[in-house]
Structures are given as C-alpha cells and as structure tokens.
Design a protein around this ligand. Sequence first.
Ligand SMILES: Nc1ncnc2c1ncn2[C@@H]1O[C@H](COP(=O)(O)OP(=O)(O)O)[C@@H](O)[C@H]1O
Ligand code: SF4
Ligand SMILES: [Mg+2]
Length: 334
Amino acid sequence: MTGSGPLLALEEFGLTLSGSDGRVFPVLEGISFTLGRGETMGIAGESGSGKSVLALSLMGLLPRAAIREQRGAVRFDGTDLLGLDDAGFRALRGRRLAMVFQEPMTAMNPLMTLYDQVAEGVGVHFPDLGEAEVRQRVRRALQRAGFPDPETFYDSFPHQLSGGMRQRAMLGMALATDPELIVADEPTTALDAALQVQLLQELRRTVREEGNSLIFISHDLGVIRTVADRLAILYAGFLVEWGPSAAVLEAPLHPYSRALREAMPRLVREQRLPRPIPGHLPAPDHKPAGCVFGPRCPKARDVCRQMMPSASRPAEGRLVRCHFPEGASGGGQG
Ligand SMILES: Nc1ncnc2c1ncn2[C@@H]1O[C@H](COP(=O)(O)OP(=O)(O)O)[C@@H](O)[C@H]1O
Ligand code: SF4
Ligand SMILES: [Mg+2]
C-alpha cells in the first residue's frame, strides 16, 4: 500500500555500534530528513563521516550483533524500520528497497550471464511471473539502466563487460523489481567523471519518470550537484545541513558545507584554487566536546566549545546544525 506522506522520513535518527573488542561508537546522530516519491537525494561528506553506515542501516544490512542502540525514528512508507527484524527487512529488500554498491564485481556472480543475474532477482521477488513476463522485466530494467539494446549483452559474463556496463548491470539488477527506494553508495566512483555524470543523470531521469526514489551517496559534490534534487551533508556522523541541493551549494548555511564546497576543484569559480579543509575528521570514539566541527571551524566561538548545536529549520525544507549559521544576523541559536 502506498501512503500519501513522504516515502522516507528520518527524525533525529542516531546509531551506536559496538566493535568486536567491546568498545562502543556513536556513529550517527541527529539525522533528520524526508524524501518524496520520485525525488533524488545526495548524501555528501568526507570519508568516514557515516554515509555508508547510514545507507546500510536504511537497508537493514548492518550486522545485528554490531548494533548497540538506535535512537529517533526511521519511517519507510509509514513502516517503522527501527522496529523491523531481519525477516522484516528481507521482505522489503530487493522488492521495495534496493542497494547498489560501489564495486560491481563484489555484487555480481562472475559465473552467471547478465540475463541470468537480472532474471534471478526478478524470480526471487516475483515467483508467480511466467517466463515471458520475466523476460519483459529484465529487458525493461536493463533499458532503464542505460543498455540501449539489452539483448546484445544478455549472454555476457561480468568480466566481458566494461566498467561502465558493469555499473549499468548493477543498476539494472536494482531496477528489475521496480523498488520504491534505491540507495546507491558511491556507485560510479570508479568511472571517469563524464561517464559518472551521464549514468547518474539517466538514473535520475528514470526514477523520476517512474516514481522511484533515489538516495545517492558520494564524496564528490561536483557529481552530486548535477543529479540530486536535495542534499544532506554529514560530518562525523551528524547531519549538519539538509536542503535543496542548489540552495545548499550556492548559499550554504553550515560552515562545513561551505568548506566542502571550497575544497572541490570543479565548483570553485574564477581562478580560485580549491582550499583543502584544515585538520581531520574525528574518530567516532574521539569526538570533541561541544560542536563536533568546532576544532576545524573558522567561525568557532566559546559557546561552540561547550555545546553541540541542535538542529534548526530556518526555512521550509532546510535544516542546519550550527550556533551561528551563515546568513543569520547577530547571536547564535542552539
Ligand atoms: N561495523 C562497524 N563497527 C564500528 N564502527 C564502524 C563500523 N562500520 C563503520 N564504522 C565506523 O563508522 C564511521 C563511518 O564510516 P562510513 O559509514 O564507512 O563512512 P563513509 O561511508 O562516510 O566514508 C567510521 O568511523 C567507521 O570507522
Ligand atoms: S556551531 Fe560553532 S563551531 Fe560549530 S559549525 Fe557552527 S560556528 Fe562552527
Ligand atoms: Mg562509504
């Protein structure tokens, strides 16, 4: 059944993991966003900021034994995902939720042809379909994934496909069951920039036309900008900014969003050189007191060293977590 609200809604979602050595890591905190049907959302942030852990937790793919605590709420079409057990996730995954990983060779069976791999997923989730219907679904999914003439590749094994074709094959496998939500974790990072953008623009077009929703993770704001309607910026496990991508990139409210933008060569206008962000992302078990970005923030003041700011919503569809967001006049909030 399809509800009328957003497809996905997170409210102050937080996650603490425990390592095999018994140490506990608060990995995610204060993640709040909504995603509508047919929308594409990008998630950006430096390596280690929690993008993959967030993706895996939405898919129910984190090992149960590693989950120490989950906070807040995560709703998918009204279903409380935090309350689901493994069987509940298995019922959603593949059919209503699908994930595309960075390295296609790890997700594809090297001994199966392209047709058989895509058809297998369809067969698992739609056991009642006849052979002709399966063929139709496979063909359509591969077309949506950017194979103009899918039959030409049906008998190819993964190693016979180029890197770009393998990425398309993975997308085809995800699209074959027409899931409501697709989460793609750096799916095109191994490809050159022009091919990445082309593939992602095609993906965005097809999900928009068919009403699927897409979460697309990348550390490359330049790529995200060309494909995402909305953008979430993660820093050290915190959602520090969320909003329409054009607004977040052109008029960032959080100093970290601005710093990320300034660090991207392709986004720097005129002759300015990219400016790397000084300092390092803190490890999950060594987060600083006060604002988590404080030690690297050019705008930090005393209050920042004492208190992590709470999220504020300066406009409809925007969120920022900073005592002194850009564009705000005078004193802080928090
Ligand atoms: N199973 C796990 N147990 C404990 N910590 C983990 C686990 N998986 C990832 N982490 C930690 O969570 C943080 C976020 O990692 P990750 O989501 O992979 O970042 P990103 O995808 O943004 O590069 C990292 O500090 C990482 O070391
Ligand atoms: S709260 Fe303070 S330290 Fe943190 S990002 Fe805002 S200005 Fe910088
Ligand atoms: Mg990652």
